[in-house]
Write a protein that binds this ligand. Structure first.
Ligand SMILES: Cc1cc2nc3c(=O)[nH]c(=O)nc-3n(C[C@H](O)[C@H](O)[C@H](O)COP(=O)(O)OP(=O)(O)OC[C@H]3O[C@@H](n4cnc5c(N)ncnc54)[C@H](O)[C@@H]3O)c2cc1C
Length: 403
């Protein structure tokens, strides 16, 4: 049996480890495995019997090395509001379905797509899609940390074969791919997401456990079901007996805790990859708040904010005119926090991880999310106050004839 030390020396700054898996992919001895830590995040473990002490993993580790971005990237990217023309594609995607448009384009050119799929309800993993059918499983945000495994090596293999490749992941994963490759490839298009962080897997395991009875358990999840619209954050659970249930945000304990920003990876609160310039060619997010400017956009099925960082991405989008609607937008209209979005460190509550061992999720949600009764609903207190103030402001404006 190989000796895997509990605390690997490969990760020089444990609190800043993003679990991006660059070290594991780089190691020529295959001495590094990414494993779940006690707190529920991916961390490297070194098999010291295989390690030859080359220190490549330590030298390349992005943790604590400051802000990244290639010199070929523009500092202030083009911003577009965009959506896939096909409504059913939008409904199956988290925002406007722009990932699908990019993936369809790559596959139609004989290329392949690397993105995240559910292996089962408790595991999101990177996979390769060669066909439109395979690509569909990548649609939709899996709000948990995805296992990278050997994906950067696989991407390189496909690039060296001369195939067009789309790689889609979080900003730290796109950075890891770029560091792994060490040079630019014309046939590679990288897409990252406006990511505010990944929650502990312990939360997902606890959630699945709480909804497990002797006969019935959750086998699949859609974290962005649009039955109540794009901005509702409704969750659909799929069960082993073939049934499914839709839960609005205020009834789903996982989504409430994820969105509370209290239980994310410690490194996400100081993520170096969220600003501009970015490492990726294109960044996609939800265009929150756009209803203030464009009531005529498809606000029920989803609108993406698209940040285009490279000339390569501009060229690709120019070939997607028949698939997507694209409108130039401005920094002022970006959601609060814009592209420099990351989790608010003030909301970090590492003690929740201990609470997960002892307390039911319902109790934790009430404590953490500051839930109060609002009419027939239970809502977050700050959110309720904000909505009341906003309604009051509108009322005063109307009285003054300003609207
Ligand atoms: C953990 C996480 C946090 C996010 N936080 C925000 C946010 O705060 N604000 C915001 O505007 N947008 C956020 N997003 C992005 C947003 O939810 C959409 O993914 C994005 O707008 C693209 O939507 P789409 O409709 O074009 O594509 P979709 O069809 O939704 O495509 C999703 C793409 O994301 C990739 N993906 C899904 N899950 C993961 C994962 N766990 N890790 C890495 N890649 C994944 C898939 O491979 C696919 O390429 C987040 C996404 C994730 C996964």
């Amino acid at each position: 049996m190989s000796d895997i030390p509990k605390k690997a020396n490969v990760n020089p700054v444990p609190d800043l480890c993003m679990g991006c898996g660059l070290c594991a992919n780089l190691c020529a001895q295959q001495a590094i495995q990414m494993e779940w830590s006690e707190t529920g995040f991916l961390v490297p473990r070194v098999d010291s019997s295989k390690c030859v002490g080359c220190t490549l993993c330590i030298r390349k580790c992005p943790a604590g090395k400051g802000v990244y971005g290639s010199a070929s990237h523009v500092a202030a990217p083009d911003i577009w509001g965009a959506w896939h023309r096909d409504e059913s594609t939008r409904k199956l995607s988290s925002s406007g379905g722009i990932f699908s448009a990019l993936a369809e384009w790559i596959i139609s050119q004989g290329g392949c797509v690397f993105g995240v799929v559910w292996e089962d309800a408790s595991n999101a993993v990177f996979a390769k899609a060669e066909t439109m059918q395979e690509m569909q499983a990548m649609r939709g945000s899996k709000y948990t940390q995805a296992q990278v495994n050997g994906v950067y090596r696989e991407v390189k293999k496909e690039l060296l074969r001369g195939r067009k490749v789309l790689f889609s992941g979080t900003p730290c994963q796109v950075n890891a791919l770029s560091e792994f490759l060490g040079k630019a490839y014309d046939n590679l298009l990288t897409m990252d997401i406006v990511c505010h962080g990944v929650p502990s897997r312990k939360l997902l395991l606890k959630y699945l456990d709480e909804y497990r009875t002797g006969k019935k358990w959750v086998v699949g999840l859609n974290f962005r079901d649009k039955e109540m619209g794009w901005s509702s954050f409704g969750v659909r659970r799929f069960y082993n007996d073939g049934t499914a249930a839709f839960l609005p945000l205020y009834e789903d304990l996982y989504m409430q805790l994820f969105l509370s920003d209290s239980i994310l990876n410690a490194s996400c609160y100081q993520c170096p990859f969220v600003g501009a310039p970015r490492v990726s060619d294109v960044t996609l997010g939800d265009f929150w708040g756009i209803e203030r400017y464009h009531q005529d956009w498809p606000l029920q099925s989803g609108v993406s904010v698209v940040l285009v960082h490279t000339a390569k991405a501009v060229r690709v989008f120019s070939e997607l005119q028949d698939k997507v609607e694209l409108y130039p937008e401005t920094y002022e209209n970006l959601p609060v926090g814009g592209i420099k979005l990351h989790a608010n460190p003030k909301r970090y509550q590492p003690d929740i991880l201990e609470k997960l061992e002892k307390e039911p999720l319902k109790k934790i949600v009430i404590e953490v999310c500051d839930i109060v009764r609002w009419g027939p609903f239970k809502v977050n207190r700050k959110w309720a106050i904000y909505r009341m103030l906003r309604a009051g402001k509108r009322f005063v404006y109307r009285l003054l004839g300003k609207q």
